[in-house]
Design a binder for this molecule. Structure first.
Ligand SMILES: [Zn+2]
Length: 188
């Protein structure tokens, strides 16, 4: 299982680094976020139209700032959809499910391990230190659900099955957001 995760993480990083962020991507993400995306390495997931949905950020930002949220949600429609689910109080449901469903709990721990393996591989390729973020993933993993944006970002970057809660969020919001249906409003 450990070998599977390492191999999967390596393949994911290969894919991400095959197409590093270009100026156009960085400009689009800057306008999505309303700030310059420091440490952005690549676009990790795109809308069917090509606009970024989630970006990959390096483990250490310029200036030496440790940054654990390697998969970061940027697509405004995706961000809004995740916020709507949070506002509806669904995080408590997910936490209750994690507490009562052993299979889900195990899959969520695997999502955490894959997140860490992905970042470890990325850190190795970029020469970044993980000293200050070792063992820290995102979104509340491995035992709590605290930020659906982070979990949805992992699902979009790593695909179905990588994060069970992110997958639930994606399923839940599909009338509002899904990567295969362009509802983007940002100009090129
Ligand atoms: Zn689009």
């Amino acid at each position: 299982m450990t070998i599977d995760i390492a191999a999967k993480a390596k393949a994911l990083v290969d894919t991400v680094l095959a197409e590093p962020a270009n100026d156009h991507d960085i400009d689009l993400v800057q306008r999505q976020l309303g700030r310059y995306p420091r440490g952005m390495v690549a676009v990790g997931a795109r809308c069917v139209c090509g606009r970024p949905l989630a970006v990959i950020t390096r483990p250490v930002l310029p200036g030496g700032i440790p940054f654990p949220t390697t998969c970061y949600l940027t697509g405004p429609e995706a961000v809004k959809a995740a916020s709507h689910v949070e506002a509806a109080g669904v995080m408590q449901q997910y936490n209750d499910m994690l507490a009562s469903d052993e299979e889900l709990k195990a899959a969520y721990e695997q999502a955490h391990n894959l997140y860490l393996a992905f970042r470890h591989e990325l850190a190795g390729r970029l020469g970044d230190s993980e000293e200050h973020i070792e063992g820290t993933s995102a979104g509340g993993m491995p035992v709590r659900v605290k930020c659906l944006h982070a979990l949805l970002a992992q699902s979009l970057v790593m695909g179905p099955g990588a994060n069970p809660i992110g997958d639930l969020v994606l399923e839940r919001v599909k009338d509002e957001f899904e990567p295969t249906v362009c509802r983007c409003t940002l100009d090129d």
